[in-house]
Design a protein around this ligand. Structure first.
Ligand code: NAD
Ligand code: UFG
Length: 338
């Protein structure tokens, strides 16, 4: 079965190719390389020992996308392509809405025209807003998203549900990712943020490798066990494996499926710093800073539905995640730039 990955050169997409290949699927990638480097695909190619058909195409380019569909004839799409920086989305709402929304509309139209009605969508825990219950189950109502990035995820979920409701030939799986960190055990691919990292783990690894002086811990007065924000960190390889299980559900004609992909464990910022130091024997200097606007205190899931219905469960713990994030960063202090 051939799977087209939009945004497949990015952090989660590149790791997912490896899991798909292991499970016997064929892959092709469409990516405009706006937030990724072609070296990621070269390195994945080396890991799996196969060429990866790649189309440098923006998903808003209907003609380019059509060519990729005609050449590859995919039976399913995993839709990773999107802009994802929360802060930037507040400053550039139109760019975010246009890229994420228009891009998905065009993708869905091209899929329909080619009779490809199977899609896995990269959604996010952000759709729960400030969650009504902890741990978060899929039955938890969606919340108010405080930024355009989150809005695009929430609205696109609605769009995809409507598409599936209108035509039962569609299989739509919405995967709500919690906080992916870590990297492939080879240490040759990983997260490669441009400029100053927004997210916790890439910031920690850049402090550890000497690129940044210290980590700012955004608030220590939350209602959590040590006052710092609690999240459900998940190893990116576990997350990647979740897509394989979702594809199997699609092959069973699941219709609509909505799943949290997380470990079900919440770790605070200081827990992660401590786990990183313990796993790697490298100090991480930090200081307490004010809260970051828009952050919530606690976000972790109940992943039972994915276990019951998809047979998926996270295998890696926080120390594995810290070890693998560091393995990637120390071997590639400048990411994919040599
Ligand atoms: P990423 O930026 O590494 O990968 C996204 C890829 O999409 C990039 O390679 C980028 O070049 C490509 N892309 C963006 N717009 C495109 C367009 N118009 N046409 C073609 N390609 C385009 O991000 P990631 O961390 O791998 O995230 C993948 C998906 O998962 C995104 O949709 C993201 O919003 C979602 N997600 C990520 C996280 C996270 O913490 N990383 C959490 C929840 C959800
Ligand atoms: N944090 C710091 N210092 C930093 C960066 C982060 O203290 O330099 C803290 C945050 O305040 C938060 C925790 O570390 O308590 C995690 O922050 P991240 O920015 O790594 O992750 P978020 O939970 O804020 O958001 C991420 C993605 C979103 C996605 C969400 C899903 O950025 O796109 O996970 O749960 F929607």
């Amino acid at each position: 079965m051939k799977i087209l990955l939009t945004g497949g050169a990015g952090y989660i997409g590149s790791h997912t190719i490896i899991e798909l290949d292991k499970a016997g699927y064929q892959v092709a990638v469409v990516d405009n390389l706006y937030n990724s480097n072609p070296k990621a695909l070269e390195r994945v190619s080396k890991i799996i020992g196969k060429e990866i058909p790649f189309y440098k195409v923006d998903i808003r380019d209907e003609e380019g996308l059509t060519k990729a569909f005609e050449a590859e004839k995919p039976e399913a799409v995993i839709h990773f392509a999107g802009l994802k920086a929360v802060g930037e989305s507040v400053a550039k709402p139109l760019e975010y809405y246009h890229n994420n929304m228009t891009g998905t509309f065009i993708l869905l139209d091209v899929m329909r025209k080619h009779g490809c009605k199977n899609i896995i969508f990269s959604s996010s825990a952000t759709v729960y807003g400030d969650p009504a219950q902890i741990p978060i189950t899929e039955a938890c109502p969606k919340g108010h998203c405080t930024n355009p990035y989150g809005q695009t995820k929430s609205m696109l979920e609605e769009v995809l549900m409507d598409v599936q409701k209108a035509d039962s030939e569609w299989n739509v799986v919405l995967l709500r990712y919690f906080n992916p960190i870590g990297a492939h055990q080879s240490g040759t691919i990983g997260e490669n943020p441009n400029g100053i990292p927004n997210n916790l783990m890439p910031y920690i690894t850049q402090v550890a490798v000497g690129k940044r002086e210290e980590l700012g811990v955004f608030g220590n007065d939350y209602d959590t066990h040590d006052g710092t924000g609690v999240r459900d960190y998940i190893h990116v390889c576990d997350l990647a494996a979740g897509h394989v299980c979702a594809l199997k559900a699609i092959q069973r004609n699941c219709g609509l499926g909505i799943y949290n992909l997380g470990t079900g464990h919440g770790y605070s910022v200081l827990d992660v710093v401590n786990a990183f130091e313990k796993a790697n024997g490298v100090p991480v200097k930090y200081s307490i800073k004010p809260r970051r606007p828009g952050d919530i205190a606690t976000c972790y899931c109940n992943p039972a539905k994915a276990k019951e219905e998809l047979g998926w469960e996270a295998q890696y713990g926080i120390e594995d995640m810290c070890r693998d994030s560091w393995n990637w960063q120390k071997n590639n202090p400048n990411g994919y730039d040599e």
